[in-house]
Design a protein around this ligand. Structure first.
Ligand SMILES: [Zn+2]
Length: 142
């Protein structure tokens, strides 16, 4: 990736604060070991990832709705080489369709790649990394 490509792929710094603020209620809920997702008050569309305005009806009004954290694997990918030094290789990422409809990207826990199946039932779990960071991941549903 050239420096020009990297600049084109990275939001302008003036937008970081907006993007960060838009996501804070989500990460605050994860910190409480809950999942709250943003939903447009105008047309009820789920806004994932969070954003200041609905791309469907342009409403700036939204609400944060607690979801179950239960869903099914919609898809997954395994990187032979980790995309980031913080992750082991190989690195698997799942796309989970929650029972409420929206889809979230995360990592599977204790599910070998050979066992992953589209439609597998999964549930959210939380990992407190430190006092400022909690991650959400998915495990096989009980
Ligand atoms: Zn809307």
């Amino acid at each position: 990736m050239t420096a020009d490509d990297e600049r084109a792929a990275t939001p302008h710094p003036a937008l970081w604060g907006v993007l960060y603020r838009s996501s804070m209620p989500f990460w605050d809920s994860v910190k409480r070991h809950e999942l709250e997702l943003q939903r447009c008050s105008g047309c009820q569309r789920w806004l994932t990832p969070p954003r200041p305005m609905c791309p469907n009806c342009q409403s700036a009004e939204s609400e944060w709705v607690k979801v179950s954290g239960n869903g099914t694997i919609y898809s997954w990918v395994t990187y032979a080489e980790s995309p980031h030094e913080g992750f082991d290789s190989p690195h698997t990422v799942v796309l989970v369709e929650l029972d409420e409809g929206p889809r979230l990207v995360s990592m599977p826990v204790d599910i070998p790649e050979a066992d992953l199946e589209i439609g597998m039932r999964v549930s959210v779990l939380y990992e407190d990394i430190d006092e400022d960071l909690t991650l959400f991941k998915f495990e096989r549903a009980a």
